[in-house]
Design a protein around this ligand. Structure first.
Ligand code: UGY
Ligand code: MN
Length: 313
C-alpha cells in the first residue's frame, strides 16, 4: 500500500516525464526542420528559424539573378550605340506629361536613335490619359488591370490584360482607369501615304490567328493589319523552351521589344544577354539579333517593327 504522499509524488513524476518527452520531441522536430531546410535547399530565403551562419555567403556564392539583384549598384541594364537592354530594377517613373494620376517610364526615345517612343504608363486610381502630339499615332497594350478607351464619337471599349488599341494620328480619345493599371505604349510621328488611311483598331492577342513563319519555329501573331496604311506593326512571338530564331537577323527595321513571359538569351551585336519577363530592348537598324528561349516555360515577347515604308522617304 502506498501512502498519499507517495501517490502524489509518483503522479507528479509521471506528468513531469510526459512533459519532458513532449519537449524533447518538439526540439527534435525543430532540429530536423532546420536540417531539411538548410541541406535540401527547400527555401533559398534564410530560414525563419535561424539566421544564416556567419560568412555563409562567402562559402555559398551563387550567380542566381535574385542574389545579384541584391548587390549594391548591380543592374543588367546596358546602353550601347546600337542597342539597349533596360531591366526592371533601373526603371525610373515620373508623372507623364498631360496625363492625370499616371506615372511613366520612357524606355526608348529618339535621342537613342529611334523614330518612336516606348514607355510604361502606370495608371493610378481615377487616372486619365493625355493626347499624343499632333500627327503622332499611338499603340497601347494592357499589361495589368482594366482601362476604358473612349473615342470622341461616344464609343467606349473596355480593355483588359492582353487587349490593345491603335489610335491613328489626331484621333481624339481618352483612356481612363478607376484602379491601378499598367500599359506599354508606342508612339510615332505617322509616315502618311497618299490615299491610305489608318483606322482605329481594338483587339486582343488571343483573337489573332497564327501566321506562317517560313523557316522559323516560333509562333507569330500580328496585332495590326499588314496593309500599307500602317507604318509599323506589333508582333507577338512565342517560343517553347529550347526554341530559337533560325535567322541571325540583320535588317533595316528598328525594334522595341518587351518580354512578356519566360527567360532566354538575347544576342545583340556581339553581346549575349540573359533576359526574362519585364526586360525591354531597343534594337537600332542593322544590329545583329538572335533569341534562344531557355527556362522552363514559354517565352513570349511583344515587338515593335517599322514596315511598309521606303527607307529613302
Ligand atoms: O520580324 C522580326 O524582325 C523579328 N523576328 N525580330 C526579332 O525577333 N528580333
Ligand atoms: Mn528582327
Amino acid at each position: 500500500m502506498k501512502n498519499l504522499a507517495e501517490v502524489k509524488f509518483l503522479d507528479r513524476m509521471e506528468s513531469f516525464s510526459i512533459h519532458s518527452l513532449l519537449l524533447a520531441l518538439f526540439f527534435l522536430c525543430i532540429r530536423d526542420l532546420r536540417i531539411s531546410f538548410s541541406q535540401q535547399g527547400i527555401c533559398s530565403a534564410p530560414s525563419i528559424l535561424d539566421s544564416p551562419p556567419l560568412y555563409w555567403k562567402a562559402t555559398n556564392p551563387t550567380l542566381s539573378p535574385a542574389h545579384l539583384r541584391e548587390l549594391p549598384g548591380f543592374t543588367r541594364s546596358v546602353y550601347g550605340k546600337d542597342h539597349a537592354l533596360i531591366t526592371p530594377e533601373s526603371h525610373v517613373f515620373s508623372p507623364l506629361p498631360d496625363w492625370i494620376n499616371t506615372l511613366g517610364a520612357y524606355l526608348i526615345t529618339p535621342p537613342m536613335g529611334s523614330h518612336f517612343v516606348m514607355y510604361l504608363a502606370k495608371m493610378q486610381e481615377n487616372s486619365k490619359s493625355g493626347l499624343p502630339p499632333s500627327d503622332v499615332e499611338r499603340f497601347l497594350f494592357v499589361l495589368q488591370g482594366v482601362v476604358t478607351l473612349s473615342i470622341m464619337s461616344g464609343i467606349n471599349h473596355e480593355l483588359e490584360v492582353d487587349s490593345y488599341a491603335y489610335l491613328p494620328p489626331n484621333l481624339e480619345h481618352s483612356l481612363k482607369s478607376d484602379n491601378f493599371a499598367t500599359l506599354i505604349v508606342f508612339e510615332r510621328r505617322h509616315a502618311h501615304l497618299e490615299n491610305h488611311m489608318a483606322d482605329l483598331i481594338v483587339g486582343s492577342t488571343d483573337k489573332q490567328s497564327l501566321l506562317e513563319t517560313p523557316g522559323e519555329v516560333f509562333e507569330l501573331r500580328k496585332l495590326l493589319p499588314t496593309s500599307l496604311a500602317y507604318d509599323f506593326n506589333i508582333h507577338i512571338m512565342d517560343f517553347q523552351p529550347g526554341e530559337f530564331l533560325n535567322v541571325k537577323e540583320v535588317h533595316y527595321n528598328q525594334h522595341g521589344l518587351l518580354i512578356l513571359e519566360g527567360q532566354g538569351i538575347y544576342r545583340l551585336g556581339n553581346s549575349w544577354y540573359p533576359v526574362e519577363a519585364g526586360d525591354a530592348i531597343w534594337m537600332a537598324p542593322f544590329v545583329p539579333q538572335w533569341y534562344g528561349a531557355l527556362g522552363k516555360t514559354r517565352s513570349r515577347y511583344l515587338l515593335y517593327k517599322d514596315v511598309n515604308r521606303n527607307p529613302l522617304l
